[in-house]
Design a protein around this ligand. Structure first.
Ligand SMILES: [Zn+2]
Length: 328
């Protein structure tokens, strides 16, 4: 081996050692979240049984994967994640068919996402890059579903990757709390892209006017039958909401928005990585979001049959019904 090659190998070996040390150092900042006394009390107050639900026959749901992120190391998107695994967070819409109304929980990326996304700076366009989109509206058109069957859209929150498709369903009522709308209206790229919701014709003021549910102080039972129940998961944004969906089969789901991006975050429990949280401003109120992580972790421990679905977890998404298939 000549000197030039030896020197090249030595440099490569040194760089690898430095990279591994850096990765290990960064990962050591990502220990699991502690469970504080207040959260412990909340967890202890969870009932032995899941709350009652009377879902009507005919209630079912499906998921429409509209795109996925170009991807990054798992260790960046969840504290304690692997540097060897590459993840491609999914941008998904959830379509719920209830006898009283069909609605979407989140829209994923919509038909106009290209022009919407162009409002981002070059660096943010790289950071949040996504693969070519197949918007929910296109998938529904192809399957012969008139778009005006979607009566309401309930965004988990108003970040760009959850409300990009609002304009594709102009007749739908958009359910959002005053806090969330105000946060979004004062928000800026990359989180919020005002062009996505400036044209909404029908807002519905989302208020959690019903009683405590699963340890959350307030809830909204959308149809009065306990089948679709919204709770506040504020923290990531001011007014993020989660949705419990209780099916006629007895299977129960909890859609948790962007409290974490992966199911591992809720299992550990762990936030997004320390590194990412210090490079990008991710949460409106990080402490509140972390309390949400811990509470959902406790719910999962208490009710192991409940299926929890973080909005972007591409592995969990693969286990859900894929449009045009539905599960009831
Ligand atoms: Zn998101």
């Amino acid at each position: 081996m000549n000197n030039w090659k030896k020197r090249g190998l030595a440099i490569a070996a040194t760089l690898s050692v430095v990279a591994v040390a850096l990765a290990a150092g960064i990962s050591s900042l990502d220990s699991p979240l502690p469970v504080k006394p207040a959260e412990m009390a909340l967890g202890a107050a969870l009932g032995a049984e899941l709350p009652p639900a009377h879902p009507p026959q005919g209630l079912s749901f499906s998921t429409l994967k509209t795109s996925e992120s170009n991807g990054t190391f798992e260790a960046l998107i969840v504290g304690g994640g692997s540097w060897l695994r590459y993840r491609h967070p999914a941008h998904t819409a959830v379509l719920v068919k209830h006898p009283q109304a069909t609605f979407l929980f989140d829209t994923g990326l919509g038909r106009r996402v290209g022009e919407q996304f162009a409002a981002n700076s070059w660096i943010n366009q790289q950071l949040f890059a996504y693969r070519p989109a197949t918007p929910a509206a296109d998938q529904m058109d192809k399957a012969g579903w008139p778009l005006d069957t979607v009566r309401m859209i309930v965004p988990s929150h108003m970040h760009w990757d959850h409300v990009s498709g609002l304009a594709d369903f102009p007749q739908a009522e958009v359910w959002a709390s005053t806090e969330e709308r105000e946060h979004a209206q004062h928000g800026t790229a990359p989180g919020f892209l005002p062009s996505q919701f400036a044209g909404v014709q029908r807002w519905h003021d989302l208020r959690l006017t019903h009683g405590p549910y699963m340890g959350y102080p307030a809830s909204l039972d959308m149809f009065g039958d306990g089948s679709a129940v919204l709770v506040s998961l504020g923290g990531h944004t001011a007014g993020q909401v989660g949705m419990f969906l209780n099916l006629p089969s007895g299977q129960r789901y909890f859609f948790t928005g962007d409290v974490t991006w992966t199911i591992e975050g809720l299992q550990k429990p762990a936030d997004r990585s320390w590194l990412l949280r210090h490079v990008v401003h991710l949460d409106h109120d990080e402490a509140a979001n972390q309390s949400s992580i811990v509470h959902i972790h406790q719910i999962m421990q208490r009710y192991p049959t409940l299926k929890v679905v973080p909005a972007h977890d591409e592995n969990v998404q693969k286990t859900l019904p894929q449009f045009p298939q539905f599960q009831g």
